[in-house]
Design a protein around this ligand. Structure first.
Ligand code: HEM
Length: 224
C-alpha cells in the first residue's frame, strides 16, 4: 500500500525543460519579429528547430508519457473521454489524456510548419531571409513566407485553446495540470493502479540531443 503522500514522476525533466523553453522561445520569436530584430529571430528560430527535433526523437525513444505511440488515441477513446468530461467525470491520466494528445500533436505539427517554413522564407524586398532561402527561388521563398505567417496565426489559436483547456481543468475539476509540468510529479493516489517509473537513460538523452544539434548544424552549414 503506497503512503498517502507518495508522488510519482509523470513528466521526465527533459519534457519539462522542452516545454518551458518552448514557451519562452515562441514568445521571443513573436517579439523579435514584431521589433524587426531579424538576426535574433533567426538565432532563436534555429534553437527552436533543435528543441523540436529533440522532442520528435524523444517521442520515439523517450520514456512512457513522452512516447507518441502511447499518446495516439482512436476516435472511440476520444469520444468516451469527451462523454466523461461532459458528465463532469474526470480522473487524472498518467500522461496526456486522449484530448490533450490531440492538441499536443496539433501544436507540434504547427511548430514544425512554423520552423521549417522560416528556414526558406524571404521578405518582400528580399532583404531578410531564412538560412536556406538561397536554395529556393524568390517566388517559392515568398510563398513559404506567407505560409509562415498563416501558420503562426494557427499556432496562436492552438496555444490559446491549450491555455484555456488547462484553466478549465483547474476551475471545473480542481485539477492543477501546471504543477506536474513544473515539478514532474503527481500524487500516487491520483491513479487507481501503481504506475511504472519513468526512466530517462543518459545515452538516450544524448542521442536525441545529438540529432537535434546535428540538424541545426546542417542547416547552418548548408545555408553557408
Ligand atoms: C507558447 C506557448 C505554449 C506552447 C507552444 C505549448 C506547447 C505544449 C506542448 C507541445 C505540450 C506537450 C508537452 C510534451 O508532451 O512534450 C504542452 C503541455 C502542457 N502545457 Fe503547454 N504550451 C504553451 C504554453 C503553456 C502555458 C502558458 C501553460 C501554463 C499555463 C502550459 C501548460 C502546459 C501543461 C500543464 C501541459 C501538460 C498538459 C497535460 O497534462 O496533458 N503551456 N504544451
Amino acid at each position: 500500500m503506497p503512503s498517502p503522500n507518495a508522488r510519482v514522476l509523470v513528466w521526465d525533466w527533459t519534457v519539462r525543460l522542452f516545454h518551458w523553453l518552448l514557451v519562452l522561445g515562441v514568445a521571443a520569436m513573436w517579439w523579435t519579429a514584431e521589433q524587426g530584430m531579424m538576426d535574433w529571430h533567426r538565432r532563436i528560430g534555429l534553437t527552436l528547430l533543435g528543441l523540436i527535433v529533440y522532442r520528435l526523437v524523444w517521442g520515439v525513444i523517450g520514456p512512457g508519457t513522452a512516447r507518441f505511440a502511447r499518446m495516439v488515441a482512436g476516435p472511440g477513446a476520444i469520444m468516451a473521454y469527451v462523454r466523461d468530461l461532459a458528465a463532469r467525470r474526470h480522473r487524472p491520466h498518467f500522461g496526456h489524456n486522449p484530448l490533450g494528445s490531440l492538441s499536443v500533436f496539433a501544436m507540434l505539427l504547427a511548430l514544425v510548419t512554423q520552423v521549417s517554413t522560416g528556414l526558406f522564407a524571404v521578405d518582400v524586398d528580399g532583404l531578410e531571409s531564412g538560412p536556406l532561402a538561397s536554395k529556393v527561388s524568390f517566388e517559392t521563398g515568398r510563398l513559404v513566407a506567407e505560409i509562415h505567417e498563416t501558420s503562426f496565426k494557427v499556432l496562436l489559436a492552438l496555444i490559446a485553446l491549450h491555455v484555456i483547456a488547462i484553466a478549465a481543468y483547474l476551475v471545473l475539476f480542481k485539477d492543477n495540470l501546471v504543477r506536474p509540468m513544473v515539478t514532474g510529479r503527481r500524487p500516487q493516489t491520483d491513479f487507481d493502479t501503481p504506475q511504472p517509473p519513468l526512466r530517462t537513460p543518459l545515452p538516450r538523452i544524448l542521442a536525441a540531443a545529438a540529432t537535434a544539434a546535428a540538424t541545426v548544424y546542417a542547416n547552418l552549414a548548408i545555408g553557408g
